[in-house]
Write a protein that binds this ligand. Structure first.
Ligand code: ADP
Length: 522
């Protein structure tokens, strides 16, 4: 049996399975636009397109002290935010990992009482003045707080059917959570009940999706002439919220039972829930690794876009792809017998304890390690395999193979992210809106035909992003941009007009801003 195929070739072949090239991107963008429109018109569609009741983005002048909590995928964050009214803010934050057992608890009370307890600990540590009265109230049973009540924005990053600015029913869990009795319940009420049991001077004023928070935060800190168009998360999960014309949100404008909202702006922020884009796989790529990951997940057939894009899943895709090579008898990965080399201890070994044998064993941060290591022989990569993954004495060839496949998975994720961004940029018609303002080059008479066009600030389309993947994966934005340029309706010119910026602490500031808006409405 001839070893005609080297490890490098085989790795290239597996990597190529993750190709997602121009034509495929375009087909997916078209489908994304179709699903966007469908979701605005009716319920029960693949992308939920949830109206958020938030009808304006901030302009940087907002002021006040607010609290915010964020139940993401991995951590629970509690913070207080002072908005200074000049696009800046100060933020005090604490963060705790959500215990795994609470993610799949029998009752929602177990989770929500834990969350309320964290709010109490935060107040005690950072806002003594607000906490002092709490103990007194507990003793006396007097429920009336004698100090100012904190308005709190509750960032809850799961699909909810929002029926008011601080009211929303959980539709389904994602990201590994599974607490059956919470489904269909108002998550703000669940939290408020536990807060009240502790007599804390806190009112859940707004229900916030993290994507909406990201959009609001970005718009506050970098207010342009037109405001931010889109807030997008690429963290444990992925999702986006954007500014839509109210007239297009027909499922809300025609709904007799819809709650109150301000119609004067003619706009509403819509939470796309794009994690479930193309669940029926009309246009998404689908490798054997995608199939297997989905089959072994808690929600097969659901969140199919998210399963190809976000931090919760990319490490697992890599693990499955690597295992294919590990088990390939022709060119086994991590089976080098390097004893002929100088190093006597150089036989590669995957120890039984290696997380590579276990579902979810590889963290997506490892993909960043791979993409970020271009050192000769890939020292960081091999060291990480050794230290964190119990795979010792990995050869440079093996490291190269791992890097090739990891890079392909990361690149595909970014190109898929571009599908969502492109769909929204195109479908909102923002590209057609130009001020016609001359750029510096035009003014100075430089020939524009050779490219290097500076885009006038007013013509920029602002996108706020957040999440470890987009923040830390090397060149995630560059991969997105390359894909955007390949979309005919965007092209080189359109891609230059898209400004992508990290919305730092987005969920906290954004939630504060929405709590502020909610206070005005009430
Ligand atoms: P969340 O989305 O839960 O609020 P994050 O934005 O920090 O929190 O995302 C956490 C996810 O990001 C996890 O799935 C983790 O595997 C992944 N992650 C953490 N660090 C990195 C990194 N350096 N590069 C890529 N992904 C990362």
């Amino acid at each position: 049996h001839e070893r005609s195929m080297t490890l490098a070739d085989q790795a290239k072949r597996v990597a190529a399975e993750f190709d997602f090239e121009k034509d495929a991107v375009n087909k997916a963008v078209k489908e994304f636009i179709r699903e966007m429109d469908e979701g605005l018109q009716q319920e029960g569609t693949e992308m939920s397109q949830i109206p958020t009741y938030v009808t304006a983005v901030p302009n940087g002048t907002e002021k006040g002290l607010y609290m915010a909590v964020d139940l993401g995928g991995t951590n629970f964050r509690v913070c207080s935010i002072q908005l200074h009214g000049n696009t800046t803010f100060s933020l005090t934050q604490s963060k705790v990992a959500i215990p795994r057992e609470l993610m799949v608890a029998k009752t929602s009370k177990e989770l929500f009482s834990f969350l309320a307890k964290q709010i109490e600990l935060f107040l005690k540590a950072h806002h003594e003045e607000h906490y002092a009265g709490t103990l007194k109230r507990r003793e006396t049973g007097n429920m009336e707080p004698d100090q100012e009540i904190f308005n709190l924005g509750f960032t809850f990053s799961f699909p909810v059917n929002q029926i008011g600015i601080n009211k929303g029913m959980l539709m389904r869990w994602t990201k590994g959570f599974d607490i059956q009795d919470a489904i269909g319940k108002d998550v703000c009420a669940l939290l408020q009940t536990e807060i009240d049991e502790l007599h804390l001077p806190v009112k859940v004023a707004a229900l916030v999706n993290d994507t909406v928070g990201t959009l609001m935060a970005r718009s506050y800190t970098s207010p342009g002439k037109t405001g931010t168009l889109l807030g997008a998360i690429f963290g444990t999960g992925t999702n986006g919220a954007y500014v839509e014309k109210l007239s297009k949100v027909t499922k809300l404008t025609k709904d007799q039972n819809a709650g109150e909202y301000d119609k004067s702006t003619g706009e509403m922020i819509v939470n796309t829930e794009w994690g479930s884009f193309d669940n029926s796989l009309r246009t998404l790529p689908n490798t054997p690794y995608d199939v297997e990951l989905d089959k072994n997940s808690v929600n097969p057939g659901i969140q199919m876009f998210e399963k190809r894009v976000s931090g919760m899943f990319l490490g697992e895709l890599l693990r499955l792809a690597l295992l294919k090579l590990v088990k390939d008898p022709a060119v086994p990965l991590f089976a080098d017998d390097n004893s002929s080399s100088n190093d006597v201890h150089s036989t590669t070994q995957i120890h039984d304890s290696s997380p590579i044998w276990k579902q979810w064993g590889i963290d997506t941060s490892f993909l960043s390690t791979c993409a970020g290591d271009s050192s000769p022989g890939y020292r960081m990569l091999r060291q990480t395999l050794d230290k964190e993954y119990d795979i010792s004495a990995v050869s440079a060839e093996d490291a190269e193979a791992v890097r090739e496949i990891a890079g392909a998975i990361g690149r595909r994720a970014a190109r898929l992210a571009a599908v969502a961004i492109a769909g929204i940029v195109i479908n909102t018609g923002r590209l057609n809106k130009t001020t016609g303002t001359a750029t510096t080059e035009q003014k100075s008479g430089i020939d524009l035909s050779r490219g290097e066009v500076e885009v006038a600030d007013e013509d920029m389309i602002d996108v706020g992003v957040d999440g470890s993947l987009v923040e830390f994966y090397p060149n995630f934005e560059e991969h997105i941009r390359e894909a955007l340029r390949g979309v005919p309706d965007i092209g080189e010119q359109g891609e230059k007009r898209v400004r992508i910026g990290i919305a730092k602490d987005g969920s906290g500031v954004g939630a504060a801003l929405i709590a502020l808006v909610a206070g005005k409405v009430a």
